[in-house]
Design a protein around this ligand. Structure first.
Ligand code: NAD
Length: 363
């Protein structure tokens, strides 16, 4: 039976980069026997334009039937004046909560070929390959009570609640250990157990679940140390798992180690393994329509989809190898182009076509 992929191109550069990722999916279908059907829907500003809502009813119905979702990006200047609940970004939050996508996988990968694009010394970052597993639907961003109240003396006080139930920690733990099993089998859990009771429980539950994955080497690290280690010696990490807010911050720091926002994919999974795959960058309205956006983050999101939702690890490896090949050939979109090196500057479609050609050669 074929697997159903919902494609949501979204706004800005979204349709341009998704077009290239779909070329890759079609090669996998035609030349490698991947049994998939693609359906298309609207999200974000495109959803508002088509149906008056950033996550229209029709997209919800398509998402409910999908085995995996490929998303471009959402957002654009023309939607800035809409009421908050109709803004493009609301579409993203809505689909995440609709599908209960609690596990956010954010890799930070820097191939040897791009080491010069990073602001860190090449020997510190070349060959970097970290996966951060961030809990996405709980913690302090959602905890109740929250608000701003006025105290008896008239002073105002802001407050939020950091709360995690055992079951929430258990499911993100399973997701992280399973991810580690597909990689180098090392997991570092990041917390603040020296100060926070929530973290004490987090550490206890992660340790308990770890007994079900004896092959994975588990370690624990306080978040302040993890931030330092990420910058000092990032290659020590394989998989890191952490709460929503710590993950938000650490994954952005890790992303920046690689020097290019146009190269980083992401996955958000639920407990059935259904996932949404998207580049970490936004809709880049400043370059939309110019044909110069980097499609590689979206193409590598396809690779993550193959690995984490479709169970096609061999094909994921092929896509990753094809991306590596085009980088070795010296092809660079403007965002990763370094003046003075032996590189050829190419546009969005040429980069996508080069990946397709490399894939076809490996078929
Ligand atoms: P952005 O990621 O869109 O762009 C930041 C910078 O990186 C820009 O200079 C852009 O040109 C560049 N860039 C981003 N992706 C690129 C690519 N693939 N190739 C080459 N260059 C690339 O962030 P922003 O400018 O802060 O936000 C723009 C819009 O995107 C806003 O409406 C924001 O809300 C939205 N946004 C959406 C998502 C998402 O869809 N997941 C994430 C972040 C921001």
């Amino acid at each position: 039976m074929s697997q159903n992929i919902l494609v949501l191109p979204g706004d800005g550069i979204g349709p341009e980069i998704v077009t290239e990722a779909v070329k890759v999916l079609n090669v996998l279908k035609d030349d490698y026997g991947l049994n998939i059907e693609l359906t298309y829907g609207h999200i974000g500003g495109a959803g508002y334009d088509a149906a008056g809502h950033p996550y229209p009813e029709e997209s919800q119905q398509l998402a409910a039937k999908a085995d995996a979702i490929l998303l471009g990006a959402v957002g654009g200047y023309k939607y800035d004046d809409l009421p908050r609940e109709l803004r493009p970004e609301r579409g993203l939050l809505a689909i995440r909560s609709d599908l209960d996508l609690f596990s956010n996988l954010r890799p930070a990968i820097l191939t040897e070929e791009l080491a010069d694009a990073s602001s860190l010394k090449p020997e510190i970052v070349a060959g970097l390959d970290i996966m951060i597993v961030r809990e996405l639907t709980g913690g302090i961003y959602f905890g109740q009570p929250r608000g701003i109240r006025t105290l008896e003396n008239g002073e105002r006080e802001g407050y939020n609640t950091l709360v995690y139930r055992e079951s929430e920690i258990e499911r993100i733990a399973h997701s992280a250990f399973k991810t580690a099993m597909k990689r180098d089998k090392r997991l570092c859990s990041v917390d603040k157990a020296n100060v926070l009771e929530v973290s004490e429980l987090w550490r206890e539950v992660i340790t308990r679940i770890g007994k079900e994955y004896p092959e994975v080497e588990l370690s624990h690290m306080y978040v302040d140390n993890a931030a330092m280690q990420l910058v000092k010696e990032p290659k020590q990490f394989d998989v890191m798992v952490t709460k929503n807010m710590f993950g938000d911050i650490l994954s952005d720091a890790a992303a920046m180690l690689t020097g290019s926002i146009g190269m980083l994919p992401s996955a958000s999974l639920n407990s059935e393994g259904i996932g949404m795959y998207e580049p970490i960058h936004g809709s880049a309205p400043d370059i939309a329509g110019q044909g110069i956006a980097n499609p590689l983050a979206t193409i590598m999101s396809v690779s993550m989809m193959l690995r984490y939702s479709l169970g096609k690890v061999d094909l994921a490896d092929k896509v990753d190898a094809a991306v590596k090949t085009v980088l070795q050939q010296g092809l660079r979109t403007a965002d990763i182009y370094v003046e003075g090196l032996q590189e050829e500057k190419v546009g969005t479609a040429a980069m996508g076509d080069a990946v397709v050609a490399a894939l076809k050669q490996g078929a």
